[in-house]
Ligand binder design. Structure first.
Ligand code: ADP
Ligand code: MG
Length: 240
């Protein structure tokens, strides 16, 4: 393996009209690492994920997956290179069963042939606790099972890194704990995690590093328990 970080971004910027949604943000995630992204509503977290996932093009800046430039590539290509974005299940796929959904992700996102995709899907359904719901229509899942399906789909694309945008939002405390166990397990398998999360317990329990965005800017980064005590971070959450 090279000395390249798993995922790196430099100077990522994106404006919507006069609004600077993301303003020169740098990011670095090591292989197998877990990096949390926190910041108030509207601070640019989802915009950063969409730029990294190829859903939008930045106005400026670069991003690299294992040293390969990914800015400007189509989303499916970024996915094939090993970056999976959760929370982006296209509407038509809700007509498919849970199993078909995961098989489709393995074929289209992971580049597997049908036989291998089916075998991989069973594995990911079991890992995410969806085996009993494999034949259910995915459009009718509860919140927690929809989140599990997003994870199963992400895993099926054979990712090096998964970007989780508020994957734990709306879960009960028990469901949150189960999801945290699963995420830790996935991370221990060597899959890097980049996660936006408001559930601070989740960030503290998984991420060894966090970055804090405020109004599109990176205002702090470091170990989570230290970063949350920084004056600029407290002010970003309490001020304005
Ligand atoms: P976060 O995920 O941190 O809550 P977002 O990245 O979603 O923040 O949004 C950052 C800012 O950019 C917000 O002010 C939001 O309203 C704006 N924004 C995001 N996407 C768009 C868009 N497609 N068009 C216009 N404004 C957008
Ligand atoms: Mg968001």
């Amino acid at each position: 393996m090279s000395g390249e970080p798993l995922l790196e971004a430099r100077g990522l910027s994106k404006s919507f009209g006069a609004l600077r949604a993301l303003d020169g943000v740098n990011l670095r995630l090591e292989h197998g690492g877990a990096l949390g992204v926190i910041g108030p509503n509207g601070s640019g977290k989802s915009t950063m994920f969409r730029l990294l996932g190829g859903l939008m093009r930045p106005d400026a800046g670069q991003a690299f997956l294992e040293g390969r430039p990914i800015v400007g590539l189509a989303a499916w290509r970024v996915c094939r290179l090993g970056l999976a974005l959760t929370g982006q299940i296209p509407q038509p796929l809700s007509e498919l069963t849970v199993r078909e959904n995961v098989v489709a992700a393995a074929v289209f996102g992971g580049g597997l042939a049908m036989g291998a995709a089916r075998r991989a899907a069973e594995e990911h359904l079991a890992l995410t606790g969806l085996a009993a719901l494999a034949d259910a229509p995915s459009g009718r899942l509860t919140v927690v099972n929809r989140r599990r399906l997003e994870l199963a789909r992400a895993l099926a694309t054979r990712p090096k890194v998964i970007l989780l945008d508020e994957n734990l939002a709306g879960l009960t405390p028990v469901e949150t704990d189960q999801a945290l166990d699963l995420l830790r397990q996935i991370n221990a398998m060597g899959v890097g995690l980049l996660m936006v999360e408001h559930v601070m317990r989740a960030v503290l329990g998984i991420c060894r590093r966090v970055m804090v965005l405020d109004q599109g800017r990176l205002i702090a980064q470091g170990r989570p328990e230290e970063v949350v005590r920084e004056a600029a971070v407290i002010e970003a959450y309490l001020g304005s």
